[in-house]
Ligand binder design. Structure first.
Ligand SMILES: Nc1ncnc2c1ncn2[C@@H]1O[C@H](COP(=O)(O)OP(=O)(O)OP(=O)(O)O)[C@@H](O)[C@H]1O
Ligand SMILES: [Mg+2]
Length: 270
């Protein structure tokens, strides 16, 4: 990942869910509707992250809107809060869908974003958005989100292959909940506390190996020299090494994998 992308993520991380400290003159908004989180990134006229919100929500499943009203209400609230804080109406936005999403499902995502008061200027696919921030044109982008692991192979800046399989952050939490005999929400809290992750590694390793096998299967036949992990679950302690050792290729995990795609979506807004 290049330095520009690292800096963008760092800046965005410092402004997510906190009051913006500066104002811009022209804003571009990126909306990432995920299975676990809805993330909004706001860039100023220089392409610098200036504000952002992240809310947990169950309004989308595997990249597709399942609760239109819930998604609209949540996103409207997030946009209103951001507009109030920036003292300016937010208008121009981009949103994203998993690669290979059909027209009807892409439209559902677009309608949610427009129903929140934004104008959709571009719809991108998630790995292409991520690649913009990673500063790459070739390699595999593996998005380990809440519900699924999405594998995209890029060649010369284009997505040439894509697959999505149902193993993600939720599955790590389910394994932990079963192991510790705790409700899902408590297991999720324990998992997210980075202090615990080293100790949890032996319990979560088989699921990491599953993600690794999924990745291996889908990059087979492509000349992939590096794998870039994005999505919240790729931050898990030990996952990078499990994958790198098993696959024998370079595995890159950005410092803030959760923010790569939302930022790339905002950058895709003209
Ligand atoms: N620091 C962390 N360590 C481990 N897991 C994390 C961390 N931060 C977030 N997660 C996990 O990442 C997942 C959410 O990631 P993300 O926001 O990328 O998913 P999403 O985009 O909502 O889902 P999807 O892409 O599957 O639709 C959750 O399962 C959460 O537990
Ligand atoms: Mg996602």
């Amino acid at each position: 990942m290049d330095l520009v992308g690292e800096k963008l993520c760092e800046k965005f991380a410092s402004c997510v869910n906190s009051r913006p400290i500066k104002r811009g003159t022209r804003y571009r908004v990126g909306v990432d509707l995920g299975t676990a989180n809805v993330v909004v990134a706001v860039l100023d006229e220089n392409g610098e992250p200036i504000a952002g919100k992240l809310k947990e929500a169950q309004v989308v499943k595997d990249g597709l809107v399942v609760d239109f009203i819930g998604a609209r209400d949540l996103l409207s609230r997030m946009i209103r809060e951001l507009s109030d804080e920036l003292e300016e109406e937010l208008v121009d936005a981009a949103c994203a869908v998993p690669p290979g999403t059909g027209i009807a499902d892409s439209k559902a995502t677009m309608y949610v974003v427009e129903a929140s008061g934004l104008e959709v200027r571009n719809i991108v696919d998630e790995p292409t958005a991520a690649a913009k921030v990673l500063g790459i044109t070739d390699g595999a982008v593996v998005d380990i989100g809440g519900g699924t692991t999405g594998i995209s192979v890029l060649k010369g800046g284009k997505v040439v292959y894509t697959a999505d399989e149902p193993t993600g952050g939720t599955h790590f939490t389910l394994v932990l909940a079963g192991h510790l005999n705790l409700p899902f929400d408590e297991a999720e809290k324990i998992k997210l506390d980075e202090k615990n992750q080293k100790r949890l590694f032996p319990i979560l390793k088989p699921t990491m190996e599953k993600v690794t096998d999924i990745t291996r299967r889908h990059i087979q036949g492509f000349d992939v020299k590096a794998i870039y992990l994005v999505g919240g679950a790729s931050a898990l302690y030990g996952l990078k090494d499990v994958m790198a050792n098993a696959l024998g290729v370079e595995v890159v995990v950005p410092k803030y994998p959760l923010y790569v795609t939302p930022l790339g979506i905002a950058l895709s807004c003209p």
